[in-house]
Write a protein that binds this ligand. Structure first.
Ligand code: ATP
Ligand code: MG
Length: 636
């Protein structure tokens, strides 16, 4: 346990519990006044998770515009305050700062360019961009005119892009000539050209980002900077119903084919803004840096919508954590005086592996809070973040949530007591429950399948184009409840620990074990940088444990080290958890958002290595990793 510390503007544990206890319709209708409404809502939640009457609506009768909430309403008070800080891939290239007034002009122009291309309310617009301010301008411009954006991460292939375009019936793409990441260029426009050969695309708006050479097709492609000169910098925000769709976002695909998760206007924006303030004690004017790409939900909620709705300053970083050196994150913090950094365990583990010097040679004195999201954070990485990066000064805010949930659901406030590896307590209106495989509700300190029994404003409203899939995927496993697909443990103190996806629970001789636990034990070893653990068929035990281990830069694989690591896990957790097979892996298969794709590791451990068995690998960051894993599989 890390004792609570005072933190300006943050609730302590009693404060959070009192807030949670006071949730009611009146509470929501009052809380949602943080947004500017053209017509205020008269209803809070109106929902049912039951099959016969399945519906989810929030803030009925309410009319608002997301871009007006993120920009226009701040103009009087903070028009000249910085809204977006842009840090380019190359540390020596010029950085830019945009005030709210400048963002307003840029977004209005972008909106007018789209209108001039025939984009109307309800149309889907695909955004395939590098992490440059124009990506945020494009998102806000869609919101301004009521178009539904679908941001596709710039690292995706033309095929993956085309698939997403077709799935949501989008005929317009906003892209850039090229992107820059880690010193390399990404041929975005060329990828769009290739996607155009697969999907039907009428219009491509191209932002000039690097000046790299591209081919423009007459009648289809237009340069943004040329079109922007011909339109006005004034565009009135479209009045939108609270339940009108705001965006579609495809999940990262760690468990299967990506789903087009649909979020709506009022509930989503409220939840992004409200959780941003509660979890990070955010005050207007503070500089907040979420390192996620806008291609992920974290980038939507905590790079763009949350911070801007709250009148904050948000940092957009084009690059990667280890370029030009593993000091980059902390150098950026020093350069711009970042107050909160919010990143992912995968980035932390990668940086931790390079040694503390890259951190300690920077100042980090501006940092007040450290956030994490995306995967369970193993206690070792949590400690390193807290002790080395934050020098023990900065609370670690571990936020558990999903693309489907819109923004954080279980997370601490900075003044609460923390436990390394626990996301602590639910946010107001979030009602987690543990059930066993038969749906029996589990009480007290125990682990089980994590469900949510009530609706909250930021929850997804549907899978795009597949009305049934939403209900089928999330509400049929345990009727009347939203099933998250994750496993969790509630400790004696009422704190929540996410143990990983339920599919990842291994049953060894009747003992159920979360893979995250075994992985955390492995990572605790001084030579181990990262570990992924899956179940494999075992004649005697039913399931055995197969561990993939990536070593630190200065460690070498050997049979002796393998034996040592198996012993190590035995000692840390118990004999039941000893890995039956341990494979050294130079890299693990990860989604482009950095999550380990365990379904592939499971197949390899089971010896099923055909392309058909490995399934959809289109969302893998580096498909070559799989070949190495297959070649060095244990037990062939
Ligand atoms: P797909 O649904 O397509 O398989 P995905 O689940 O990886 O992809 P996301 O919505 O980006 O896509 O990820 C949500 C999942 O990430 C959660 O269900 C959980 O497993 C994990 N997760 C996110 N944040 C945390 C956290 N703080 N602690 C533990 N797990 C987390
Ligand atoms: Mg998921």
């Amino acid at each position: 346990m890390v004792t609570a510390q005072a933190f300006p503007g943050a609730l302590d544990r009693d404060g959070r519990e009192a807030l949670n206890a006071g949730v009611s319709d009146a509470f929501w209708l009052d809380a949602v006044k943080r947004l500017d409404w053209m017509t205020p809502p008269t209803q809070a939640g109106d929902w049912s998770f039951e099959k016969d009457d399945f519906h989810i609506r929030w803030f009925g009768e309410g009319v608002l515009n997301v871009s007006a909430n993120c920009i226009d309403r701040h103009l009087t008070e903070r028009g000249d305050q910085v809204a977006i800080v842009f840090e380019p891939d190359e540390p020596d290239d010029r950085f830019h700062k945009f005030t709210y007034r400048e963002v307003h002009r840029a977004v209005c122009r972008f909106a007018n360019v789209m209108k001039s291309q025939g984009v109307r309310k309800g149309d889907r617009v695909t955004i395939y961009m590098p992490m440059i301010p124009e990506a945020a301008f494009a998102m806000l411009a869609c919101a301004r005119i009521g178009a539904v954006h679908s941001v596709v991460f710039g690292g995706f292939s033309p095929e993956a892009l085309a698939g997403r375009l077709e799935d949501c019936g989008s005929r317009i793409v906003i892209t850039a000539d090229e992107g820059r990441r880690g010193g390399k260029s990404v041929p975005l426009k060329a990828n769009v050209d290739a996607a155009c050969a697969i999907a039907e695309i009428d219009t491509v708006i191209v932002v000039q980002a690097t000046g790299g050479e591209v081919t423009m097709q007459d009648g289809r492609d237009i340069w943004y900077h040329e079109a922007a000169e011909t339109v006005s910098a004034d565009c009135p925000p479209e009045p939108m119903n609270a339940e009108d769709p705001l965006f579609i976002l495809y999940t990262s695909g760690s468990t299967g084919k990506p789903k087009g998760v649909m979020h709506t206007t009022g509930g989503y924006l409220f939840w992004a803004a409200y959780t941003h303030e509660l979890c990070f004690a955010h005050q207007p004017g503070q500089l907040f840096w979420c390192t996620a790409d806008v291609g992920w939900v974290t980038g939507h909620s905590y790079v763009v919508y949350g911070p801007l709705a709250n009148g904050g300053a948000t940092l957009m970083f084009e690059g990667v954590p280890n370029y030009p050196t593993p000091s980059r994150f902390w150098e950026v913090c020093d350069k711009h005086q970042v107050e909160t950094i919010f990143t992912a365990p995968t980035a932390l583990r990668a940086l931790m592996r390079e040694g503390d010097d890259f951190v300690t040679r920077t100042s980090r004195s501006s940092l007040k809070l450290l956030g994490t999201v995306g995967e369970p954070i193993n206690p070792e990485a949590w400690r390193w973040y807290h002790d080395v990066v934050g020098e023990g000064r900065c609370p670690v805010i571990d936020t558990w949530w999903q693309t489907e949930t819109g923004a954080a659901l279980i997370a601490p406030s900075p003044a609460m007591p923390l436990k390394p590896g626990s996301a602590t307590l639910p946010l107001p209106g979030v009602t987690p429950e543990l059930v066993d495989a038969d749906g029996q509700v589990l009480e007290g300190a125990t682990s089980g399948n994590l469900c949510l029994t009530t609706s909250w404003p930021g929850m997804m409203r549907g899978v795009w184009g597949d009305a049934d899939r939403f209900f089928q995927t999330y509400f049929t496993a345990y009727p009347g409840k939203y099933f998250t697909g994750d496993g969790a443990r509630r400790d004696a103190d009422g704190y929540w620990w996410i143990t990983g996806r339920v599919d990842d629970v291994i049953n060894v001789s009747g003992h159920r074990m979360g893979t995250a636990e075994v992985e955390s034990a492995l990572v605790l070893h001084a030579d181990v940088a990262e570990a992924a653990v899956v179940g494999m068929p075992h004649d005697i035990k039913g399931q055995g444990i197969y561990a993939y281990v990536t070593l630190n830069a200065d460690a070498t694989p050997s049979d002796q080290l393998r034996r040592e690591l198996v012993q190590w896990v035995r000692r840390e957790i118990g004999p039941i958890a000893s890995p039956d097979a341990l494979q050294f892996a130079p890299g693990l298969p990860k989604t482009r958002s950095g999550k380990i794709m365990r379904r592939i590791l499971r197949k390899i451990a089971e010896g099923e290595v055909s392309a058909a068995a490995l399934g959809d690998t289109s969302t893998l960051a580096d498909p070559a990793v799989v070949d190495d894993l297959v070649a060095n599989r244990i037990g062939q």
